[in-house]
Design a binder for this molecule. Structure first.
Ligand code: GLN
Length: 204
């Protein structure tokens, strides 16, 4: 693969910062707003990886279903397409939401339970340094904005970072999911990890 193509779900939320960060790392970043942005005529994904951004997970969920993206997203991720979910994107990926909005669904591809808005008002918004235990050990500059916490981790899920005794970053095979926003602090560690998965064509 010469240049990975990465789709950013662009129905709602913080899209532009992800596009800019991915481009700065040498990827081609495109907005995904419909199934035809994601899948070619043969039904195979036209991107090598996906980002589900932060925003408001219940709105993102509703728009995904309205725009016919819910099932295609679930299918390509379940089939092994590398994906990074940040904040609301983590909630979208989770198999269970402790405190969903009325009618809120999630894609259910990542075996974790999440609690929305889990950090108290003190860290409703905060910028901190976290130890990152991904493919490279690093310190990640992370912004938390009404962030969720991971409250249950399935057997196949690896914990990559914790904050205030809560799990805030996980990986399950092709799925990376984090509670925070590195795209707002300019820290490229997590996006590089996603591009690493894209280059490997990670499926497990
Ligand atoms: N609290 C939001 C939600 O429940 C997530 C916030 C964010 O993505 N920054 O979707």
């Amino acid at each position: 693969m010469t240049q990975p193509v990465v789709g950013v779900l662009a129905l709602q939320g913080g899209v532009a910062e992800h596009l800019a960060m991915l481009e700065s790392l040498g990827a081609r970043a495109i907005r995904v707003r419909s199934a035809s942005d994601l899948l070619g005529n043969d039904g195979a994904p036209v991107v090598h990886a996906l980002v589900l951004p932060g925003g408001e997970s219940s709105t993102m969920d509703r728009l995904c279903r309205t725009f016919g993206l819910f099932d295609p997203l679930r299918e390509v991720i379940a089939a092994g397409l590398p994906v990074l979910g940040t904040c609301a994107g983590l909630i979208m990926l989770a198999s269970q939401i402790e405190d969903p909005a009325p009618g809120q669904q999630s894609l259910g591809v990542l075996d974790v339970t999440v609690a929305r808005n889990a950090f108290g008002s003190q860290v409703d918004s905060a910028e901190v340094s976290l130890e990152w235990a991904g493919s490279q050990v690093a310190v990640v500059r992370a912004a938390f904005i009404r962030a969720p916490a991971v409250t249950r981790v399935g057997d196949d899920v690896e914990v990559l970072a914790r904050y205030q005794d809560s799990v805030v970053a996980v990986r399950q095979g092709n799925i990376l999911a984090i509670s925070f926003h590195p795209e707002l602090t300019g820290d490229v560690t997590v996006h590089e990890e996603l591009l690493g998965l894209a280059r490997m064509g990670a499926t497990a």
